[in-house]
Design a protein around this ligand. Structure first.
Ligand code: SIN
Ligand code: FE2
Length: 205
């Protein structure tokens, strides 16, 4: 484990190739029940370049009229999200450093052209638990900033199998994905990158 600026924890190569392949299979099953859709930004209605879905009790969604939020159902199919796969629960327990269980897993699919602007993960009601982020497929350039948008940033290249944890003092740091590096992994047949972020949304009951 390596501590990056701001206290972000990074576990390079946490998942070996076989574990990455198994996780991709798990995600394929999630996507077969809860298809990837194109999220749009609040107010502007501008489509994001990343396609999304979720698993777990809750899923993070965004649309033009109702903005960023968590909800129990898929915005297109209306069905409940598929359950959090046991392997993801296990990873959370291993690296999360929290007694709370995860409630949501956002699945982001990046084509090689996709990116994600600098943002904070702050739609949760509980910040004592971390956001646990798993990278699969092509490498990306991940940018980490401070608690304000204008703060200095540093960039790290994340590889398939890496895990990053935004927790404690780093929980609310700005972050984003500047670019995907095409052809840097053979995990996904058609290229691109999958990012899974496990989150706790609600305070302990
Ligand atoms: C996110 O911030 O939701 C995604 C981060 C990533 O793709 O690594
Ligand atoms: Fe995020």
């Amino acid at each position: 484990m390596i501590v990056l600026p701001g206290g972000v924890r990074r576990y390079p190569g946490y998942l070996d190739r076989a574990e990455q392949e198994a996780l991709v299979e798990v995600i394929r099953q999630v996507v077969s029940v809860a298809p990837l859709y194109v999220p749009v930004m609040p107010r502007s209605g501008q489509p994001m370049s990343v396609r999304m879905t979720n698993c777990g009790m809750l899923g993070w969604v965004t649309d033009r009229d109702r903005g960023y939020r968590y909800q129990e159902t898929h915005p297109v199919t209306g069905a409940p999200w598929p359950p959090l796969p046991p392997r993801l629960m296990e990873i959370w327990r291993d690296v999360g450093e929290t007694p709370l269980e995860p409630e949501a897993c956002l699945v982001n699919f990046y084509s090689d052209e996709a990116r994600m602007g600098l943002h904070q993960d702050r739609d949760e009601r509980e910040f004592s638990a971390p956001v646990v982020s798993i990278s699969l497929g092509n490498a990306c350039l991940f940018r980490i900033g401070g608690l304000e948008r204008k703060d200095r940033t540093t960039s790290v290249r994340l590889e398939s199998g890496d895990i990053v944890v935004l927790g404690g003092d780093s929980r609310l740091l700005f972050h984003g994905v500047d670019r995907i590096y095409p052809n840097t992994s053979t995990l996904l047949k058609n290229g691109g990158r999958i990012n899974l972020t496990l989150r706790r949304v609600n305070p302990a009951q």
